[in-house]
Design a binder for this molecule. Structure first.
Ligand SMILES: *Cc1c(COP(=O)(O)O)cnc(C)c1O
Length: 362
């Protein structure tokens, strides 16, 4: 892909910066499976401190750390509760069922978030006909819900309710630091109501890979065994943990820019005939907008944009999702908005209609 492409398809498209690569090259390493990689150990210690939990374990991906979290709380036959658009239920290849024998009970919420009223009555009674409801999974920020940031009060209310109902709680924090920056709430406070929290280093933090799961000493001990079983226990992983440490030290505060750029992109598009968008809905680095069906569908617009050097993917038949991240700047997002407006003005109905699938490639 040429460098002139403005890639707002995902915040996973970022490439490690020269300084991050230098940190990786300089990393001290050892055999992590034996607990002997000093850089992984340092990263895990940083996470313990930052999240206010007892223990942490490095993982390959957000999917892996989510599934490690899920598996530590449940046994085959159990059920987890999740908002219907949640990543764990929709975009992890059916892993709860495939890896752990767990069913997902999906619940309709708002913008990917739930409140206590949505959950009351969803914990099954103890009866041999029924599966055991064990776990509640939440997402902050929400992905398919539109990059929403949970209000702290709501997060506390829902987690308290879950614990009173005898459930464990897991947070899918793929964009945890987007939530931290957008809300101004500390990592430990956001994590407080959760038994386990997973975060991704490969999204807004700009690393090539990596994730971490935090929780109690006992949970993380179990999670390590599960990581091994999933093929995710690594050796000289300090090479990638060094990127994560670099990101925690250098790439967190700058997320403010991504959020401002997302807002600027939304504001530039707002008011365009045929585009449905309200900049007020943009709370973090994800911008969802819809187009009038009379003009064409989301994948047609996505194809037109790709030809003009802008990558923005479809997230619904008429809905697109644009992401800001550390590899797109203000000038580029404003240029992208102009190109979207231009495609709308000149028409894009000539592009072939394709059946829409979630996360269809732009
Ligand atoms: C990206 C993402 C993950 C992790 O996905 P990977 O493909 O493993 O990087 C988990 N949850 C959410 C909400 C995500 O957006």
């Amino acid at each position: 892909m040429s460098e002139s492409v403005i890639n707002m398809y995902s915040d996973t498209v970022t490439k490690p910066s020269p300084a991050m690569r230098q940190a990786m090259a300089n990393a001290e390493v050892g055999d992590d499976m034996g607990g002997e990689d000093p850089t992984v150990n340092r990263l895990e210690a940083m996470a313990v401190e930052l999240f206010g939990k007892e223990a942490a374990v490095f993982a390959c991906s957000g999917t892996q750390s989510n599934q490690m979290g899920v598996r530590t709380h449940c046994i085959p036959g159990d059920e987890l509760l999740i908002e219907e658009r949640g990543h764990i239920a929709n975009f992890e290849g059916g892993a709860p069922a495939a890896i752990s024998g767990i069913s997902c009970r999906t619940i309709r919420g708002r913008f990917g978030m739930l409140d206590v009223d949505d959950l009351i009555g969803k914990v099954r009674v103890d009866n041999q006909h029924l599966c055991v409801t064990k776990l509640l999974c939440l997402e902050n920020t929400t992905n398919s819900g539109g990059g929403r940031v949970w209000p702290l009060e709501q997060l506390k209310r829902v987690c308290d309710w879950a614990h009173e109902a005898g459930l464990k709680t897991h947070l899918d924090g793929a964009r945890f630091f987007n939530a931290v920056i957008a809300s101004g709430v500390s990592p430990a406070e956001i994590a407080a109501g959760f038994d386990t929290v997973s975060i991704c280093f490969s999204k807004g933090l700009g690393c090539p890979m990596g994730s971490i799961l935090v929780g109690s000493t006992e949970q993380i001990h179990r999670a390590r065994r599960i990581r091994k079983l999933m093929g995710g226990a690594l050796r000289q992983a300090g090479i990638v943990a060094a990127a994560a440490i670099y990101a925690l030290e250098n790439n967190v505060e700058r997320i403010t820019e991504d959020h401002a750029n997302a807002k600027a992109f939304a504001e530039a598009l707002a008011g365009t005939d045929g585009v449905i968008i309200d900049p007020v809905d943009v709370e973090s680095n994800l911008v969802f907008f819809s187009i009038d069906p009379d003009l064409g569908d989301a994948m047609q617009l996505s194809a037109a944009l790709k030809e003009r050097g802008v990558r923005i993917g479809g997230m619904g038949p008429q809905t697109l999702r644009a992401c800001t991240h550390l590899d797109v700047n203000r000038e580029q997002v404003l240029q992208a908005a102009e190109i979207v407006k231009d495609c709308i003005a000149t028409g894009f109905a000539q592009y072939p209609k394709k059946p829409f699938g979630p996360f269809a490639r732009a």
